[in-house]
Design a protein around this ligand. Structure first.
Ligand SMILES: Cc1cc2nc3c(=O)[nH]c(=O)nc-3n(C[C@H](O)[C@H](O)[C@H](O)COP(=O)(O)OP(=O)(O)OC[C@H]3O[C@@H](n4cnc5c(N)ncnc54)[C@H](O)[C@@H]3O)c2cc1C
Length: 434
């Protein structure tokens, strides 16, 4: 039995930042199913939104709402935008190096469906820059321990709520982790789809456990398909970031003609691309990055240029084939504005949680921000909570729990995956019937 004050399941940006926002007196254990570099947070290319100044508030709010088809939780959107400068200030204090103008001020770019430039970036590897700095900071805190290759396979639930999780270690041993508070920060669901930009090990495990224990879920049929990923034979679909289109890249049909406005919201653009592929009888459309000035292309998108080169395309000389792929999960474990789930002792943050901020469709570069803003709020809320003696006692009773039921982990994983897939289709059907 491992004992900790706070167990955080997931070492992406939301899990790490939540840990860093907790007081150093708390003993924190972060576990990750894979190694620490293997989280979607490391893959984020485009950037992170920030409210530049008050004059942009209404426009930023409207862009987020419009992208979400006005199904967004308005209060969540308000909190996210108003907290953005605070979060960015934390990030820069951790050493995150955002691109700057010659005068030293922050430099902003634009992506699809944003009506102005409000996205901070570090080349086209913003997620890596942010998450590696968070990891560095976590490494400096003696109260934070990170266990890699350690998978949450169940929650420990009593009448007192969530008292921790059961985990499978790298050597396949199964162990309970007792915690006063547990935080689900398990990311998205891309591993359940044949084509996705996500890491394959992100399979919505928190959702499966939420279903098992009747923890409330929200909008789990809201799955974002990214309109432009490189069409190539790869395990994970490679994203051709929205900011490429924001900087002027164009989309062409099989005859080399533009067929749409490249800056439409993601879901609308995805529909346009599918319709065009259908009309043309093709598996792809073409994206032209040569419309971006070459200096700009090389300084802003070196990672995309290199990856395309590795796959046999020189983006400075030719168009590349692109196709839509699963990318982001707007739904998830239902949480309030402080990231509390419907179960006592259990929080959820990041992509696995749903506070309604994105509505039906996420606006580009809002997800890193949302993950960080609501992870910080979770930490603050946890810090305000006081453990009742009754809860401490009931959680202790569970420590003699029987671990024999965790004999066949592969079968359990298959069952979890099937349940999440079925849950998503049922939610979609229910919505269709309304
Ligand atoms: C290619 C790509 C580009 C993107 N670009 C941008 C962008 O430019 N701007 C933006 O805002 N957003 C972007 N996003 C989205 C953004 O990166 C994610 O939404 C965000 O990083 C999610 O962070 P997270 O902490 O919730 O999850 P992740 O970073 O995905 O971390 C999930 C963690 O949970 C762990 N985990 C999962 N299941 C278990 C389990 N059962 N037991 C233990 N650990 C588990 C994983 O190992 C991992 O450590 C992009 C996403 C992708 C895939």
């Amino acid at each position: 039995m491992i004992e900790t004050d706070i167990l955080i399941v997931g070492s992406g940006c939301s899990g790490l930042y939540c840990a860093l926002q907790l007081p150093p007196t708390k003993k924190i254990l972060i576990i990750t199913k894979s190694t620490v570099e293997n989280s979607d947070s490391f893959l984020a290319q485009g950037g992170i939104c920030m409210l530049r100044d008050e004059s942009d508030y209404d426009s930023y709010f409207e862009d987020t709402m419009r992208a979400g088809h006005y199904e967004n939780d308005r209060k969540s959107v308000e909190i996210m935008i108003n907290s953005s400068q605070d979060v960015v200030s934390d990030l820069t204090s951790y050493g995150v190096d955002f691109h700057r103008e010659p005068d030293g001020s922050l430099s902003f770019t634009r992506e699809g469906a944003h009506s102005s430039k409000r996205i901070l970036f570090h080349e086209d590897i913003t997620g890596k820059e942010i998450t590696s700095r968070l990891l560095e900071q976590a490494g400096k805190r003696p109260n934070i321990t990170i266990l890699e290759n350690t998978k949450m396979i169940d929650l420990m639930v009593t009448g007192a709520g969530c008292c921790g999780a059961v985990v499978e270690r790298a050597d396949k041993s199964v162990e309970p982790v007792s915690a006063d508070t547990t935080v689900l920060a398990t990311g998205g669901i891309g591993g359940l789809y044949p084509h996705s930009t996500n890491y394959r090990h992100l399979t919505g495990d928190a959702l499966a456990l939420a279903m098992k224990y009747g923890i409330e879920l929200e909008n789990i049929d809201y799955v974002q398909i990214h309109p432009t990923t490189l069409f190539a034979d790869e395990e994970r679909s490679f994203l051709i970031s929205e900011s490429v289109r924001g900087e002027g890249a164009k989309l062409y049909d099989k005859n080399g003609n533009r067929f749409t406005d490249e800056l439409l919201p993601r879901d609308v653009l995805t529909e346009k691309i599918y319709a065009q592929m259908n009309k043309d009888g093709t598996e792809v459309v073409r994206e032209d990055l040569r419309t971006i000035p070459e200096d700009e292309l090389k300084s802003h998108f070196p990672n995309i240029i290199n990856h395309c080169r590795e796959m046999g395309y020189d983006v400075t000389k030719e168009c590349i084939p692109v196709v839509p792929a699963q990318h982001y999960f707007m739904g998830g474990v239902k949480v309030d504005h402080d990231s509390r789930t419907s179960m006592t002792g259990l929080y959820a943050v990041g992509e696995t949680a749903c506070n309604g901020v994105h509505g039906r469709n996420r606006l580009a570069s809002n997800s890193l921000l949302e993950s960080l803003v609501f992870a910080k709020r979770a930490a603050k809320a946890m810090n305000r909570e006081r453990k009742t003696p009754e809860r401490a006692l009931r959680c202790r009773v569970l420590r003699t729990s029987d671990l024999k039921e965790y004999g066949n982990m592969d079968a359990m994983a298959r069952l979890y995956h099937r349940q999440v897939r079925d849950g998503i289709s049922q939610a979609r059907n229910r919505r269709g019937n309304r």
